[in-house]
Design a protein around this ligand. Structure first.
Ligand code: THU
Length: 128
């Protein structure tokens, strides 16, 4: 299986775990690290709405908290149109995978291939 197919498959499975009682919009994500590990995530909503964590950030934070420091590819899956990541997720993806490949996929099989750099050109970086 192609690595992006595998990521879409893992993101699709992660989407089943979404906690989205407020929006009803389930999202799954999967990120690939340079050593071949895959970390998955789903959106986790909150009664206060603003504390909601998107699927992409859940997956990235799982990867980083397990010791990863770089992401080379990302898949995001939702119902309807292939889901464009929100601005906050783009900035978080740019922190760890500025050159990462991205596949946005709908549950019906539609896919858009892009990259973190295309999704967030000229991302903010902190230089000491
Ligand atoms: N959501 C994601 O998980 N990823 C995105 O890129 C966009 C939005 C979630 C957040 C919220 O739980 C639901 O989708 C509706 O906005």
């Amino acid at each position: 299986m192609d690595k992006m197919d595998e990521l879409v498959s893992r993101a699709t499975a992660a989407r089943e775990k979404a906690y989205c009682p407020y929006s009803g919009f389930a999202v799954g994500a999967a990120v690939l690290t340079p050593d071949g590990r895959i970390f998955t995530g789903c959106n986790v909503e909150n009664a206060s709405y603003g504390l909601t964590n998107c699927a992409e950030r859940t997956a990235v934070f799982k990867a980083i908290s397990e010791g990863a420091r770089e992401i080379v590819a990302v898949a995001v899956v939702a119902e309807g149109e292939p889901p464009p990541p929100c601005g906050a997720c783009r900035q978080v993806l740019a922190e760890f995978g500025p050159r990462a490949e991205v596949v946005l996929a709908s549950t019906t099989g539609e896919r858009i291939r892009t990259s973190v750099d295309s999704l967030l050109p000229a991302a903010f970086r902190f230089k000491k």
